[in-house]
Design a protein around this ligand. Sequence first.
Ligand SMILES: [Ca+2]
Ligand SMILES: [Ca+2]
Ligand SMILES: [Ca+2]
Ligand SMILES: [Ca+2]
Length: 252
Amino acid sequence: MKNLIMTTTAALGLMAAPALAATNTDGMIDSICKQGYGKIDMDGDGKLTQQEVANTTNAMFPKMDRDQSGAISQEEFSACLNASAGEPAQESDRKAENMAQYDTDDDGTLTREEFMNAGTDAATRAQSGDESADEDLSRLMFIPVTEVTPDYSTWRPDDFAVRSYMLFAALDTDQSGDVSEQEWSKPQPARPDIRSQLSDDFEAADADNSGDLSEQEMTASRQAAAERANQTAEDSDAPNPPVVYYRYDSTM
Ligand SMILES: [Ca+2]
Ligand SMILES: [Ca+2]
Ligand SMILES: [Ca+2]
Ligand SMILES: [Ca+2]
């Protein structure tokens, strides 16, 4: 699935990041850019409505528009949506010996479905007070090095789904759609750099080919992606498809 919105050439992206870091709005921009779509489902039913997408686009647009030009340039787009590229995860004890338990079809690799089902299972156990689940969660959830060790009891199902999705994306470095034993054993996988994908998405969203995105273009593009995400969730065979996973499919 393609991204919601997004952006730029490699050169522009590299130049934009230091410029952003120099401003005191950096923290705010960062949180908007990093929270992605996890918080978009405001009525909590696991579906993205067109109105929710319009509302969140309206809220984030002026913050992404760093120079207040009234439009989102490729640099602005990429600086935001690729903000966490390269961010490493905390170390965990992932190694060949503890991968097999999550590999339900025993084929030696973890598909995203196997990976995320394992995460959902561990999350369910953790929330029912099973302390042994923490060991699984430390292998299956993306915890940035900058974050203190999480208190999983405070996480919502969406948080588990997002972090699980993030870790899978970080581990699957060859983007094959599954995690090999070698990929699994990487001690500190990092958030992937998605500039080239963002570049494609930016072009697709720029309906009038003006080279920047109006709020209307951004809203339309995100609404179309949300629609696809809803459809993907609906078509899924999983009994309870992790909703945020589908939301993040549009951004990662
Ligand atoms: Ca701008
Ligand atoms: Ca497998
Ligand atoms: Ca792979
Ligand atoms: Ca445009």
